[in-house]
Design a protein around this ligand. Structure first.
Ligand code: AMP
Length: 507
């Protein structure tokens, strides 16, 4: 009996090999992790989870800053047979309240700084609350999960888990404004890591520069699982910082990024061809990479960024080829094991070159939404295809092109923002009659959130009222007042008209 994901990820790796370098910051020196350290630290963490009463199938929620220990917590949770539930560090207490109430975790780990603010939530839902602690600060770590783990043995009997058992729940924003928890099984995650490792030619000689957040599928699964599956090494950075990335790239062979990483690197004076000479692969995803960025990057470095397409619910679906043409403005071909079709509003396949909704099926697709069987039914067809809600087409050579997003999803800095959620919060403010939230093209973030409000008040009042109600990335960058929202004859707000009016706002 094995633990499908944990044992599967590390089946072929060598314990003595380096796993991660955590570059020093300020007066803190660099640290190194080997694959043997993963084994020991996850054993200590898994034993601590068990001591906290976590049983197989329980959820473990964590809202903690990015650190190598946070990554170990994910692996330890899987190893203990439980289900990992990472939460965006930008979420406010009001947002966290919803996730804890919905997921009903056994244990909720937070940053020591946030502990006091979460005691009420923990009592309300009868969840065990612990601060996670920080490796390098004994005074902050005293009494924390991390501190307790230090006292545990470095061995743990890994809990067996079947391919269909859940390994993680990742919340996505819902079009109705309510977030939905995508239920990801051991098989979903392991199969995608194996596919990506093979397709993108990862080996144990790779050094991946890891600058993505790890509460999202891109940094947690696409980057970390793929690299660990091959026994390679990471340069593990706490966040994306262009100076630090430029400094560390000469020691790396590969980097996975969102489009914003690439526009920021191109704007950095130190980002030269020389800096990337040792690199073999740059990938991009989570939001559309402008063809212009693709071309500018190649002109500067000689590297063609490999763009891929996926989502929280499906892991990765398509990828440009490693060998062969990486076509700018496209997301390539369906990955091996992924069936992809593009259909019209009657669920009939469209012809090549025609735009339709993208649907996918394969081991990569999640089991549905946590405690939302109705939503699962709405988005999962009877033949197993998942309706992504993305609009796309296949070009003359079969490359998939994403032409837009169904509905009015805004992607800012790689994060999804659903207008309806923001509108609901604004509409509840005193003096506001109604509002419409749209995305306006933004040179740095891809899109910037803009609110158009009917009612009394001013921009500053709205912005300050939203400051503690919404995560920073969801807050509007600008607020405009208007007498009435434009509507069509059916009474629907014409967001395209608003988008048109504000298309030059940030550019
Ligand atoms: P998330 O669940 O946060 O990963 O967001 C998934 C959504 O991001 C997809 O449904 C797409 O709308 C969008 N997305 C991901 N990758 C790409 C890409 N390469 N090009 C365009 N949109 C993308």
């Amino acid at each position: 009996m094995t633990n499908t994901l944990f044992d599967g990820l590390f089946a072929d790796v060598k314990p003595e090999r380096a796993f991660a370098e955590i570059p020093g910051e300020g007066d803190v020196p660099s640290r190194w992790y080997t694959y043997a350290h993963i084994e020991q630290v996850t054993a200590r963490f898994a034993a601590t989870l068990a001591a906290r009463g976590v049983k197989p199938g329980d959820r473990v929620a964590a809202q903690i800053p990015k650190s190598i220990e946070a990554l170990m917590l994910y692996l330890a949770t899987v190893r203990a047979g439980a289900i990992f539930l990472p939460l965006n560090t930008a979420y406010t207490a009001a947002e966290v309240d919803y996730f804890i109430g919905d997921a009903e975790p056994k244990l909720f780990l937070c940053d020591p700084k946030s502990l006091d603010g979460y005691i009420g939530i923990a009592e309300k839902y009868r969840v065990h609350l612990d601060s996670f602690g920080v490796w390098r600060s004994p005074e902050v770590s005293a009494g924390t999960f991390f501190d307790f783990a230090e006292t545990q043995a470095g061995t743990f009997d890994t809990v067996p888990r079947d391919p269909e058992d859940l390994a993680a729940i990742l919340y996505t924003s819902g079009t109705t404004g309510r977030s939905k928890g995508a239920m990801l099984s051991h098989k979903n995650l392991l199969s995608n890591a194996e596919t990506l490792a093979r397709e993108w030619r990862f080996t144990e000689d790779d050094v991946l520069l890891h600058a993505l957040p790890i509460y999202h599928t891109h940094g947690l699964f696409v980057a970390s699982n793929t690299l660990m599956k091959t026994g390679g090494q990471m340069i593990f950075m706490s966040k994306f910082d262009a100076d630090a990335v430029v400094k560390n790239l000469p020691n790396a062979t590969s980097m996975m990024g969102v489009p914003t990483f690439y526009t920021r690197l191109l704007a950095h004076y130190g980002f030269t061809k020389q800096v990337t000479e040792h690199m073999r692969l740059f990938t991009s995803g989570s939001a559309p990479l402008l063809a212009e960025t693709h071309r500018e990057f190649e002109a500067r470095t000689g590297h063609r960024i490999l763009e891929r397409y996926g989502m929280t619910e499906t892991n990765m679906n398509t990828s440009n080829p490693y060998d062969g043409e990486r076509r700018a403005g496209t997301v390539g071909f369906p990955l091996p094991g992924v069936a992809l079709r593009i259909v019209d509003e009657n669920a009939q396949p469209v012809t090549q070159g025609e735009i339709g909704t993208i649907e996918v099926r394969g081991d990569n697709v999640c089991q549905g939404y946590w405690q939302m069987p109705e939503k699962t039914k709405e988005e999962m067809r009877e033949d197993g295809f998942f309706i992504t809600g993305d609009l796309g087409m296949e070009d003359e050579d079969g490359y998939v092109v994403i032409v837009g997003r169904g509905k009015d999803l805004i992607i800012t800095g790689g994060f999804n923002v659903y207008p309806k959620e923001i509108e609901g919060v604004i509409d509840d403010l005193p003096g506001v009659t109604e509002s419409a939230v749209i995305g306006a093209p933004h040179p740095d973030f891809g899109e910037g959130v803009v609110a158009v409000v009917v009612g009394e008040g001013d921009e500053d009042a709205i912005l300050s009222a939203l400051a503690d109600k919404l995560a920073k990335f969801k807050q509007p960058k600008r607020v405009f007042f208007i007498d009435a929202l434009p509507r069509n004859t059916m009474g629907k707000v014409q967001k395209n008209v608003l988008r048109d009016e504000h298309k030059d706002l940030f550019v």
